[in-house]
Design a protein around this ligand. Structure first.
Ligand SMILES: NC(=O)c1ccc[n+]([C@@H]2O[C@H](COP(=O)([O-])OP(=O)(O)OC[C@H]3O[C@@H](n4cnc5c(N)ncnc54)[C@H](O)[C@@H]3O)[C@@H](O)[C@H]2O)c1
Length: 338
């Protein structure tokens, strides 16, 4: 019998996990994993976390027996891979669960921005049925720039091209010519994508190379009036560049599912009352995000692009497979720790 700890599960997920992993000792911690909460899973052999958990050295030191960290997400930038390697602890993720789910949310943001849906609904809720100020733009015939043509990006390219009749251009570190031919898009250099796209949408993982890929320096390359969409990771775009782009009218609208300091925004009260040594906060970015949230042509969803019933089932099922694979010494979905 192994001891398995789950952080941040919803009540229905706990019941599901209890049925699926009957033979094991299960520990559920409602908070995210931090250096402070790690001791609640002290005896765990395997730990399942979500993206708000910060799996750093300090947290790992409080989990002396842990040999598996499995994240209930695709992205794993919240896990210190080197620290896990040093502890001979496997790291697993959920490589596919929401390709279509996130691609659909990308278009939800795109249409909400291009057709001013949020302002329109606010108007009718306040009793006004005037459409003054609500003029939108069509997507058909516009150029869609897809940054990152992996599992999510390729679905976005497909929906944009086939569904909306957009001209699709893309940038990827590892271009896939077969995919480009199939989906009818062409690869272009990043700067060209910025200067030609009417809609720019990001689908790259957060790495050293992609951090602030769009920033205050290359903002001037962006086509005037472009719509910016980000459902990848907040830090892929410098927050100050988004704000500057909105203020200068470089972006006519912005739809974000992810922002740089979203973990902190979620728990500002907690941060102020008990600051954690592992939480490094960039207060300037945090302030810029507060200003961004209030801009009428910016809409932000709370990292909920993945959050559909179907995707959640796929996440929990793959997490259980990851745990079972680890326990039977046939690990699956393992992240290379360098
Ligand atoms: N908002 C959400 O709810 C949500 C849900 C799932 C995933 N995501 C984010 O979306 C990202 C993309 O997911 P995916 O499943 O499509 O990943 P993926 O690994 O299938 O695709 C990523 C693509 O980015 C490319 N890439 C990597 N580094 C690059 C660079 N420096 N420059 C250009 N291209 C680069 C890769 O070659 C690959 O084609 C994830 O890493 C995750 O952070 C967000």
């Amino acid at each position: 019998m192994a001891s398995i700890a789950f952080f941040e599960l919803e009540p229905w997920e706990k019941e599901y996990v209890k049925k699926k992993l009957k033979k094991h000792k299960l520990v559920f911690v409602d908070e995210k994993l931090t250096a402070e909460t790690a001791s609640k899973a002290k005896g765990a052999d395997a730990v399942a976390v979500f993206i708000y958990s910060k799996v750093g050295k300090e947290a790992l030191a409080k989990l002396p027996k842990v040999k598996l960290i499995t994240t209930m997400s695709t992205g794993f930038d919240h896990i210190d891979l080197q620290a896990c390697k040093g502890k001979k602890c496997l790291v697993c993720n959920v490589p596919t669960y929401g390709d279509i789910t996130v691609a659909e949310h990308t278009f939800a943001l795109m249409l909400a921005v291009s057709r001013k849906i949020v302002q329109a609904v606010e108007k009718t809720r306040s009793g006004s049925f005037e459409f003054e100020g609500l003029i939108g733009t069509d997507l058909k015939g516009k150029t869609l720039g897809v940054v990152g043509t992996g599992k999510i990006g390729r679905n976005v390219a497909h929906i944009g091209g086939e569904g909306f009749g957009m001209k699709v251009i893309a940038f990827d570190l590892f271009p896939n010519p077969v995919l480009a031919k199939e989906c009818g898009f062409i690869y272009v250099p990043f700067d060209k994508l910025l200067s030609e796209s009417d809609v720019i949408t990001f689908h790259v993982p957060l790495t050293k190379e992609t951090t602030h890929m769009l920033n205050k320096k290359n903002l001037s390359k962006v086509k005037k009036g472009a719509i910016l969409i980000n459902t990848s990771r907040g830090a892929v775009i410098e927050t100050g560049a988004i704000l500057e782009g909105v203020v200068k009218g470089i972006f006519s609208g912005v739809g974000l599912d992810v922002i740089e300091e979203e973990g902190v925004m979620k728990d500002e009260l907690e941060l102020l009352s008990k600051p954690s040594k592992e939480t490094k906060v960039d207060y300037r970015t945090l302030l810029e995000e507060h200003v961004l949230v209030e801009q009428p042509n910016v809409i932000i969803t709370p990292h909920s692009a993945f959050y559909s019933k179907e995707a959640l089932m796929r996440i929990i099922d793959t997490t259980i497979e990851n745990i079972e694979g680890f326990l039977s010494k046939k690990p699956v979905n393992v992240i290379k720790c360098g």
